[in-house]
Write a protein that binds this ligand. Structure first.
Ligand SMILES: [Zn+2]
Length: 281
């Protein structure tokens, strides 16, 4: 079974300010190893080989005021993924709170090589549907992604980083995005965990263009959070959120997932086939 892990964190860690870095590195005894992946994509590719992972989604988002990630994170990520773009899926990002020309900037980020966009409401400090009132530019981001056929992963669920606004993690805000941009492929990262799993499940069932993305959910909890996962297996995408605390390795999570009482067909679709449709190359 081929595996695509659509959500791991290899980022320009050096941009994080001290309080954020302290939270990020807490509970991660292997900091040096993680920094070595960020310094050299060949090391990550070797890790993927060892873990039996064919492709990874490299999460990246612009959040200069909270996480320290500036617009420079985009070229950094594309350069990183250029080591093997067939296996390293570069996420790009535009933060409409810091950009005048959101449409132009989004088009540039995609043209320069981003295969997906990340929207992180609790860390970028706007609601996923803020284009309806305070942040019209956010609508330009979705519109450009929709017409370019580039998927958008939206963080749903809480966050423990200092300054993060967890209330912006309510997946229900993505209901508007799904309706207003029907051609846009939307992935709900973390399925609203740990507060809003029912809302996430509803949206995946309700909207043809909304998918569930499983990162951050321990496989042992998955069927507790989503008891009817089998019913949405055609619209669910695997992810781990590595290197969050509690994740031993990408392989360990896949092995734990394979033990769950789901059909082989469902497991195959979730681990790889659905992601292969979203990112054919
Ligand atoms: Zn994440």
């Amino acid at each position: 079974m081929t595996v695509t892990d659509a959500h791991i964190h290899i980022q320009p860690f050096h941009m994080m300010p001290p309080a954020i870095a302290a939270t990020f590195w807490k509970g991660k005894p292997n900091r040096a190893e993680l920094e070595s992946y960020a310094a050299d994509p060949r090391k990550l590719l070797a890790r993927m080989d060892a873990d039996g992972v064919a492709r990874v989604g490299l999460i990246n988002y612009v959040s200069p005021d909270l996480m320290g990630f500036t617009g420079e994170a985009n070229p950094w990520m594309v350069r990183y993924a250029s080591a093997d773009p067939s296996r390293l899926i570069a996420f790009g990002s535009v933060n409409p709170r810091f950009t005048q020309d959101v449409a132009g900037e989004t088009a540039r980020v995609i043209e320069n090589g981003a295969k997906a966009l990340k929207v992180h409401p609790p860390h970028q400090l706007f609601r996923a549907n803020a284009y309806q009132d305070v942040l019209p530019g956010l609508g330009d981001l979705y519109r450009v992604a929709e017409s370019a056929g580039v998927p958008v992963t939206i963080h749903t669920g809480t966050s423990v980083f200092p300054g993060a606004r967890s209330r912006f993690g309510d997946p229900m805000d993505a209901d508007d995005v799904a309706i207003d941009f029907p051609g846009l492929t939307i992935l709900l990262a973390h399925g609203g965990r740990p507060l809003w799993m029912d809302a996430a499940f509803f949206l995946v069932r309700r909207h043809p263009n909304v998918h569930l993305e499983l990162s951050g959910i321990p496989p042992s909890k998955l069927l507790e959070y989503f008891p009817r996962l089998e019913a949405i297996a055609d619209k669910t995408v695997w992810g781990t959120e590595r290197p969050s605390p509690g994740i031993k390795s990408m392989r360990a999570n896949v092995e734990a997932f394979r033990e769950l009482p789901l059909s082989d067909r469902a497991k195959q679709r979730i681990l790889h086939e659905n992601a292969a449709k979203i990112w054919p190359s």
